[in-house]
Design a protein around this ligand. Structure first.
Ligand SMILES: NC(=O)c1ccc[n+]([C@@H]2O[C@H](COP(=O)([O-])OP(=O)(O)OC[C@H]3O[C@@H](n4cnc5c(N)ncnc54)[C@H](OP(=O)(O)O)[C@@H]3O)[C@@H](O)[C@H]2O)c1
Length: 356
């Protein structure tokens, strides 16, 4: 059976995303073939495409961190799932395809009545947000949080889960559409392009916040530390600065550079420990925690899917694209101002998958 998938043959801009047709893979022993219904598009995909994410595979590879699909074929020895069952998974790469083979242990069952685009948003974005809140920062009701990139995929997940946890929240964003999404999700928006974020936090909270969630990295981590009250924490979880502030468009290396931005991150973590004020900078990585504690990933994803089914969370799906328009999806994400998650829908056409 033929399938369409996306491949990256060399690291670079959105134009390196190629649509190819080849045979659907056959599942090996212990593997399951899944027909992909929805694949998430996020900054980690963009960074891997550029060669600067710690999880960047060697070229050629098929991108795509997370997916929702239907079990299509079982390899020998598989016993926990059945053909036709809906599942979610986070393979880290490979999801931009119509068919993907994954180890049985990677699959988490999905209630069949959930929208695949909403469900896929729960994987990378909501598990990241949930684990940062509850497993890294250990937030408690009534605490104050500053959320950078608050209108983005992870940011909107942090806002929804932060509200459920009873946090008082402040969220940075740069557009009026972003600001209305941030205030609609219960936080005070701060325009990071027009305002001095730290001065604004001081004005609004006097002593500072208990926790800052920072996906920007670089010197931004140190600024985030200035928003903390004594004993507060910055959870650093991304290197968005790599793409936006430095601008890979002007300085692409075309090489795999998986440690990009990591040494300076390490320096700030160390300084956080050494300087007075007990203001810590703590790193979070979903893939590292999943490798160390796979049972937490399953448990947290299952709890989040339950919250989705009960409509206690409502992921914002910014736009649905057909699989063949992966390039346009990346271009849109990189342009900025996207509110929520972009999703690729294999098997749908342009007309069917238009903006939601
Ligand atoms: N560590 C982990 O396990 C993990 C997991 C998932 C994601 N991540 C990382 O998290 C980051 C965000 O991912 P995402 O998928 O949520 O991306 P996204 O949907 O594109 O959101 C990124 C957000 O960052 C904002 N932004 C850009 N520059 C900013 C700045 N200087 N100050 C404040 N906000 C700024 C953007 O706002 P505007 O559009 O308004 O400019 C946008 O809302 C990426 O670096 C990704 O690699 C890490």
């Amino acid at each position: 059976m033929k399938q369409t998938r996306i491949i990256v043959n060399r690291y670079g801009g959105p134009d390196v995303l190629r649509v190819v047709q080849d045979e659907c893979p056959e599942p090996d022993h212990g593997e399951v073939r899944v027909k992909v219904l929805a694949a998430g598009v996020g900054m980690p995909d963009v960074m891997a495409r550029e060669g600067v994410h710690p999880e960047t595979p060697r070229v050629p590879y098929t991108p795509g961190w997370d997916l929702v699909g239907v079990v299509d074929r079982l390899g020998d020895g598989v016993g926990s799932v059945e053909p036709g069952q809906k599942v979610v998974a986070m393979p880290i790469h490979g999801a931009y395809a119509e068919c993907v083979c994954l180890p049985e242990s990677e699959l988490v069952p999905l209630p069949s009545d959930l929208d695949p685009a909403e469900a896929v948003s729960m994987v990378l974005n909501y598990v990241t947000a949930y684990q940062m809140l509850h497993r890294t920062a250990h937030v408690t009701s009534g605490q104050r949080a500053l959320i950078h990139g608050a209108s983005g995929g992870v940011g909107t997940a942090l806002l929804q889960l932060g509200r459920l946890a009873g946090l008082e929240m402040y969220g940075t964003c740069s557009s009026s559409q972003g600001a209305s999404a941030v205030s609609g999700l219960g936080a005070t928006p701060i325009d990071y392009k027009q305002q001095d974020v730290i001065a604004e936090i001081r004005r609004l909270t006097a002593e500072g916040v208990d926790v800052v969630f920072d996906p920007i990295a670089g010197t931004h981590l140190w600024q985030s530390r200035q928003a903390l009250r004594r004993g507060g924490k910055v959870v650093g979880y991304g290197t968005t600065t790599t793409l936006r502030n430095v601008g890979l468009d002007s300085g692409r290396t075309g090489r795999r550079h998986r440690l990009h931005g990591i040494p300076i991150f390490g320096l700030y973590i160390m300084c956080g420990w050494l300087l007075p004020g007990r203001k810590r900078i703590i790193p979070y990585s979903i893939q590292t925690l999943k490798r160390l504690k796979p049972e937490w990933f399953r448990q947290d994803l299952t709890s989040l899917l339950n919250l989705l089914q009960q409509r206690k969370v409502k992921p914002l799906v910014a736009r649905r694209f057909p699989l063949t328009e992966a390039r346009q999806a990346h271009e849109l994400l990189e342009k900025g101002g996207v509110v929520g998650k972009i999703v690729l829908m294999p098997g749908s056409t342009s007309l069917e998958s238009g903006a939601t």
